[in-house]
Design a protein around this ligand. Structure first.
Ligand SMILES: *Cc1c(COP(=O)(O)O)cnc(C)c1O
Length: 357
């Protein structure tokens, strides 16, 4: 049975940033409240509460700092054109959070309880949902190990937190293709590891390549598989799609790839539009050969933050391979318009993807 959420409202609300401003950026501002809930072995999850946003107090011996049990989610609340608020496929984030928790030997959350927490918190801070096109309220649920003890074993205590951050438009002047660097040295994840979980360590290990990509003038890393360094996995923290000779391909989920909610929705749309979309292993060689043969029509990343991020070209060793003349592809544009249209309530959601708050 769900415990009622205790509510402690802030006495001094923050000054909100100009929420109509496109300069909100990503994850720079946080709303007035946060959701907290504790877990204790033997007792389960307890004390769900919404409290004023504030720093957390943690024992320095908290296991999360030493052994890295930390998982998170990322989803958004969108302001619809009629002024309401809605979530996009929140059930899939709840299911994925539980898969991540399971992989890290952390206790599951009841999906209904997670969704109720998200809805209640967003409702309390609904004035923080920005209104301008392309903006949204980013929702970051996360779970960390809080038992104060050294020793490598699963923690007996956890803290579940949700914070909210109003975010600006990812693309301020329409879709912009980005260049990516195919990474030859570092790998993000290996089959059997934690790549299919949204866990903090995956991102820490990816930072070095990200910094190198930036230095090479690229905004994202194109990750190759850890075993053969041959097959494409993801782009930055997005899933990746290639359109080659009218067919769309995306890497199959082999265990080292994060299963994106956006990836799933894109595959459903393509299926609905009778655009063949196939999940299978795709080698970098195959993509480069298609580019040379002129059959690589477009490529794009998918994720909650950008929705669709067109790829302008791939840097690989000392080569640069432009894609589609560095223009936004037709399919990328159509997917972006459809997804964001559904999210903002401009296009009728015939798929049942959205939930009003
Ligand atoms: C979150 C994430 C994605 C995209 O998932 P969405 O649910 O579409 O936002 C893809 N890859 C990685 C590594 C991620 O962390």
């Amino acid at each position: 049975m769900q415990q009622p959420i205790k509510m402690e409202r802030t006495g001094n609300p923050k000054a909100k940033p100009a929420l109509t401003d496109m300069q909100l950026g990503f994850g720079q501002y946080f709303s007035d409240h946060m959701f907290l809930m504790d877990y204790t072995d033997g007792q389960g999850w307890h004390d769900p509460r919404i409290v004023p946003y504030a720093p957390l107090m943690l024992d320095p011996a908290s296991m999360v700092f030493h052994y890295g049990q930390a998982v998170f989610e990322g989803m958004k609340a969108y302001r619809t054109t009629d002024g309401e608020a809605q979530l996009f496929l929140p059930e899939r984030n709840a299911e994925r959070l539980n898969r991540s928790l399971e992989r890290l030997s952390m206790p599951p959350l009841e999906p209904g309880q997670l969704l109720n927490a998200v809805r209640t918190l967003v409702h309390v801070d609904q004035d923080w949902i920005p209104r301008q096109e392309g903006t949204s309220l980013y929702i970051r649920p996360f779970v960390i190990a809080t038992e104060a003890a050294f020793g490598v074993r699963p923690s007996s205590r956890y803290l579940f937190t949700i914070v909210l951050s109003p975010v600006g438009a990812y693309f301020q002047e329409g879709l912009q293709p980005v260049d990516i660097l195919a990474e030859a040295q570092d790998v993000r994840a290996v089959r059997g590891g934690t790549g299919s979980a949204k866990t903090a360590a995956n991102y820490a290990g990816a930072l070095r390549a990200q910094v190198e990509a930036r230095a090479a003038g690229c905004s994202q890393v194109l990750w190759l598989d850890a075993l053969e360094r041959k097959y494409i996995e993801e782009v930055g923290s997005m899933n990746v799609f290639f359109r080659i000779a009218g067919h769309v391909y995306t890497p199959s989920l082999t265990g080292s790839i994060l299963e994106g909610v956006t990836r799933g929705a894109v595959m459903e749309l393509l299926d609905d539009w009778d655009v063949p979309c196939i999940a299978r292993p795709i080698s970098l060689d195959e993509v480069l050969e298609a580019a040379e043969a002129g059959t690589l029509e477009e490529a794009f990343g998918t994720g909650t933050a950008a929705v669709i991020s067109p790829i302008g070209g791939i840097r690989w060793k000392d080569r640069f391979i432009p894609i589609n003349g560095r223009q936004v592809g037709d399919l990328s544009q159509k997917l972006y318009d459809t997804m964001t249209g559904i999210q903002r309530g401009l296009i009728r959601d015939v798929y049942g993807w959205t939930t009003r708050i």
